[in-house]
Design a protein around this ligand. Structure first.
Ligand code: NAD
Length: 291
């Protein structure tokens, strides 16, 4: 069993850290929030005074932070590379911009460490159940070192290629998700306007060429998929503000790659307005209300 440092104990990181404890590792944590630290302590973790203190003598350091700025700050000026054990593996599971992911991995490798970017798909329930999907960027050696720790938190672990490619997979997937959700909402609204019952459209389309995850697993109208947030007044789930964050990352990535994604751009603008109108904490499928 290993010494695992876990930094960032929010909605996702809290339960993920608990799964490292359940796997039998000795876990030392850090977060800026005292309630998050208290919860981790109650679950069996010890608490570091700083990120570097949590990483002291760690074999594996996992971060689950809000955005690129937090990840950069933690890795580039937080002192964690000086604290961890020689040969330690660093795993950043946050969803961040591709350049930041590549920058921190290079900094780790310059110090002689292994590191991967490993953003996740699956929400809070999957984090708690240990059934997340990880999209992993890094060398083969880094992927092999990270895999056992990822297996304690997830079910599907895919090596997406070199450093940063986990984030590439994540932004492409979530851009498609934002687009497909808006498309699904438009189809259900149009059906309603033209006099077709939502359940009938679902029964047909979920088995026809319009079928997609936004319809079959996360249907934006109440009824057809009982577990979807539409059945609980669009309580998240996956908040619209989070979707907007990922869509903005996709647009930054497209700009950096010198290409445009017109439908991705339209989806970004649509979610931007939805969030600006006070719906940041509404599930992203609640955008059907804006149609
Ligand atoms: P969250 O806001 O609930 O948690 C972030 C935690 O990081 C907070 O506890 C905060 O106190 C802590 N933090 C911030 N700055 C810190 C610092 N410098 N040092 C230590 N701790 C710090 O966010 P979340 O929902 O857990 O999401 C985390 C990441 O996972 C994000 O990048 C998000 O995009 C991604 N993600 C979230 C979901 C989801 O459904 N919530 C799904 C997939 C991916």
């Amino acid at each position: 069993m290993a010494n695992v440092a876990f930094i960032g104990l929010g909605n996702m990181g809290g339960p993920m850290a608990q799964n490292q404890i359940k796997a039998g590792h000795t876990v030392r944590v850090f977060d800026l929030s005292q309630p998050a630290l208290d919860a981790a302590k109650a679950a069996g973790a010890s608490v570091g005074a700083t990120a570097a203190d949590a990483a002291k003598d760690a074999d594996c350091v996992i971060t689950m932070l809000p955005a690129g700025a937090h990840v950069r700050q933690t890795y580039l000026s937080g002192g964690i590379f000086d604290a961890a054990k020689k040969g330690a593996i660093f795993i950043d599971c946050s969803t961040i911009d591709v350049p930041a992911a590549r920058e921190v991995i290079k900094a780790a490798e310059d110090k002689g460490f292994l590191m991967v970017d490993a953003p996740v798909s699956g929400g809070i329930a999957a984090a708690a159940a240990g059934t997340l999907t990880f999209m992993v960027g890094g060398t083969g050696k880094s992927f092999a070192a990270a895999k056992p720790f990822l297996e304690s938190m997830g079910k599907v672990i895919v090596h997406a290629g070199p450093a940063g490619n986990g984030q590439v997979a994540k932004v492409c997937n979530n851009m498609l998700l934002g687009i497909s959700m808006i498309g699904t909402c438009e189809a259900f609204k149009l059906a309603e306007r033209l006099g077709l019952d939502a359940q009938v459209l679902f029964d047909i389309s979920s088995k026809a060429s319009g079928q997609c995850w936004s319809m079959t697993s996360y249907c934006p109208v109440p009824g057809p998929v009982p577990t979807s947030p539409a059945n609980r007044d669009y309580k998240p789930g996956f908040a619209a503000a989070m979707m907007l964050k990922d869509l903005k990352l996709s647009q930054d990535a497209a700009g950096a790659a010198n290409m445009t994604t017109p439908i991705g751009k339209a989806a970004t603008e649509f979610y931007e307005k939805f969030v600006k109108d006070g719906n940041g904490n509404v599930d992203f499928s609640g955008i059907i209300r804006a149609l």
